[in-house]
Design a binder for this molecule. Structure first.
Ligand code: ADP
Ligand code: MG
Length: 702
């Protein structure tokens, strides 16, 4: 019987109470769970720092010296102990708010102490609060651990003092019990050799009981590699599966007649090089007879819609119906309108279906879809409803696909007996490393070029006190016939206050622009669809010059005459959202502006974000920075993906090279041995089953 799966309670040094804490707080039930619970960093106690070099210390440090003074200040609950400590190179203040009587009694003059804690620098005076102290002679009398692991904690484990030292003694006890060769390797030997990875046993021993940092980083590399490798392997298999098992409709070039007609007589401008390249990638897929599962990534304004329309025309040419699904009503309407304009004079019947489509119209659409007289349908989630049935749908396009859940998207694929081709689009550029993970099983096309003639948008950050400057710019632009967006944040948690701000903002604008020829409209999510629609129409037609709105306009709205985007309380938006909003302007030939209005109280983080916006217009670059600032878990779309993207050690923002390595090896393995049937890969097949059977549902994600 393998001791690895023994209950943690019976490990020497654990006992029922601690076992209970480990189980409920940290999900550690067995010895195996325990040794796989990893420190995420280490405290370095291998050296003593001198006080003169402490100002720049980032983590807790260890110093050696003597106390100069000590004094209890304040009385009662406000009492605290303050001491000065020196090592000859400088001084530091040590403060205790708790346990001060005991600490006070410990401190003797003229005796050497070891002090360990985190340094803060308060107006040039160095300080440690609640450091650990120990007499140097005692310190020398017990064995030293140079590197102490810092493990994930919870409030309860901190209270119970389940610190790195305690964890380490449990780990030692666990490895004693397991003995040598008790830990079974999880990766094939040829991968360990190729990537020069330490084996699992020595990796785990090193991570819990390190003796030098070089060893630690090799062990961490192995764990990160492995975490990313399993995920990439599962993606490789998924991709392979869908290639093998899902037959796709085959489109034929000699069926084309609408497409050439459109190209020759209706295309309003030449395609960009990037559009042409992506179009040919799509064309290859559609003609291959295999199922297409492709993502188009392209910055706001890069012209994804046009590419989608061309692909949709190919479907119609080949006798299939096609749909375009968008996340909001406004966006769906706008898509329908612009597609109708683009395809005017071409015999394609286009319908629009949203939540506000009338019952009667719905009925007609349902009939048209079933008898095939409707060729293209544009819509919102309404398209997913069961009563939307097609005669023969061959291609589904999803705009801003990260706004839809996995299950929602999957519903669309079920609308024909053979899965329709899938084209998903996103204007939220995501970092490459994240794309390789989230969309690891899709083929990805990138439109990395904006249509010619676009001028970069000038971005500035203004404080509330500089509001007049914003009005001046607005006035100047309106006088030139341009239009303006003003966007307010509106989130559920602070909905009331936000709403009040929006209303007030609207009133202020009306006051600031009292001239009868200037019209301001307000648009927000609480308005009835018809009202919203009417307001939007006024803006789109140029009848209104200023739109005050919440983020309902974030996605896709296209008014080329708008040249100013003012974002109120801009510090409350994430980088990718700010980028999306800024993308609403700069769509015409005129120079455009984005004004980020920041409250007078601005956090460091907010400052960094807004400054980044001022300096950078490249969406992909912004996405990289966003991921570094917020971590991959908060990037839009990662939650809905259902993929495990938070790891014990690997970090999608930082470990790009390891991802590349893991991905290339995983995809190579699956290419050579698609079902992992080779003897040497048996271990992989087993490992995958253990890891992902419960976590990832093997339904196609897109
Ligand atoms: P997005 O990629 O953000 O969805 P759109 O498809 O809405 O971008 O296109 C943005 C604008 O660029 C639209 O007004 C569209 O008509 C225009 N556009 C698209 N492709 C071209 C092109 N090749 N040349 C000039 N303008 C283009
Ligand atoms: Mg778009």
């Amino acid at each position: 019987m393998n001791v690895l799966y023994d209950d943690i309670q019976f490990l020497p040094g654990v006992g029922p109470k601690r076992a209970d804490l480990l189980k409920t707080e940290l999900q550690i039930f067995t010895i195996n769970d325990l040794i796989n619970f990893l420190p995420f960093r280490y405290i370095d106690r291998s050296k003593f720092y001198s006080i003169s070099e402490l100002a720049s210390a980032q983590t807790a440090v260890q110093i050696k010296g003597r106390f100069l003074t000590k004094q209890i200040n304040g009385v009662g609950a406000k009492a605290y102990l303050k001491a000065t400590f020196t090592d000859g190179t400088g001084r530091i203040e040590l403060t205790w708010f708790k346990g001060m009587k005991w600490v006070n009694s410990m401190i003797k003059p003229g005796v050497d102490y070891v002090v360990f804690g985190k340094v803060s620098d308060f107006h040039g005076i160095l300080n440690m609060t609640h450091p650990e102290i120990e007499e140097f002679s005692k310190f020398c009398n017990h064995p030293q651990q140079d590197f102490i692991g810092v493990y994930p904690t919870t409030e309860k484990t901190r209270k119970a003092n389940l610190n790195g030292k305690v964890m380490r003694s449990m780990m030692e006890s666990a490895f004693n019990k397991i003995g040598l060769n008790g830990i079974v390797e999880t990766l094939p030997k040829y991968i360990l050799d190729e990537c020069q990875l330490p084996n699992l046993e020595s990796t785990l021993r090193t991570l819990h009981m390190p003796s030098n940092l070089n060893q630690v980083s090799k062990a961490q590399f192995r764990i990160k590699f492995e975490e990313l490798f399993w995920l990439q392997l599962s993606l490789a298999i998924r991709k392979q599966n869908s290639k093998e098992n899902i037959k796709g409709f085959q489109f034929f070039r000699n069926n084309d007649n609408l497409l050439p007609l459109f190209y020759k007589e209706h295309l309003p401008f030449p395609l960009t090089k990037a559009q042409i390249r992506v179009m040919s990638e799509i064309r290859k897929d559609l003609e291959s007879g295999k199922h297409m599962n492709r993502l188009i990534q392209g910055d706001v304004g890069s012209g994804k819609t046009l590419v989608a329309v061309l692909a949709m025309l190919m479907a119609v040419d080949n006798g299939f119906q096609t749909c375009l699904m968008a996340p909001t009503e406004i966006l769906a309407q706008q898509h329908a309108k612009s597609i109708q304009e683009l395809l005017a004079g071409i015999p394609v019947n286009i319908a629009l279906l949203t939540g506000s489509t009338s019952k009667k119209a719905r009925q007609e659409i349902a009939e048209g879809l079933q008898n095939g007289t409707i060729h293209m349908i544009v819509g919102t989630h309404a398209l997913l409803e069961d009563n939307v049935q097609f005669r023969n749908i061959g291609l589904c396009v999803i705009d801003e696909q990260h706004r839809f859940g996995v299950a929602q998207r999957a519903k669309l694929w079920g609308k024909n007996t053979t899965q329709p081709h899938v084209l998903v689009m996103t204007a939220t550029p995501i970092p490459r490393t994240l794309a390789m993970t989230l969309y690891g099983d899709l083929d990805v096309s990138v439109i990395d070029e904006l249509p010619p003639g676009r001028k970069p948008i000038r971005t500035a950050m203004l404080r509330d006190s500089q509001r007049q400057k914003m009005y001046d710019l607005m006035r100047e632009q309106i006088a030139q016939g341009r239009q303006i967006y003003i966007v307010y944040p509106l989130i559920q948690e602070s909905e009331r206050v936000d709403f009040k701000n929006l209303e007030e903002g609207y009133q202020n604008i009306i006051k600031a622009f009292p001239e009868p020829q200037y019209k301001t409209i307000i648009v927000h999510g609480k308005m009835k669809p018809a009202e919203k629609d009417e307001a939007m129409k006024k803006f789109a037609s140029g009848e209104a010059q200023i739109m005050v709105a919440t983020t309902v306009i974030e996605v896709g709205v296209n008014v080329p005459n708008a040249t100013v985007m003012v974002i109120e309380s801009a510090e409350r938006f994430g980088l990718s959202q700010l980028h999306q909003l800024r993308g609403r302007v700069g769509r015409g030939a005129d120079l455009s502006f984005c004004i980020l209005m920041a409250g007078n109280k601005l956090s460091q983080d907010g400052q960094t974000r807004l400054q980044t916006m001022v300096e950078t217009t490249d969406g992909f670059q912004l996405a990289e920075i966003d991921m570094k600032l917020r971590g991959p878990g908060d990037i839009e779309g990662t939650q809905q993906s259902g993929l495990p993207i938070s790891f014990k050690l690997a970090n999608l923002a930082k470990d790009g090279q390891i991802i590349n390595l893991a991905r290339s090896i995983a995809f190579r393995i699956i290419e050579k041995d698609p079902h992992l049937l080779n003897q040497e890969n048996y271990i992989l097949q087993k490992g995958l089953k253990e890891r992902y059977n419960q976590q990832i549902s093997w339904r196609d994600i897109s």
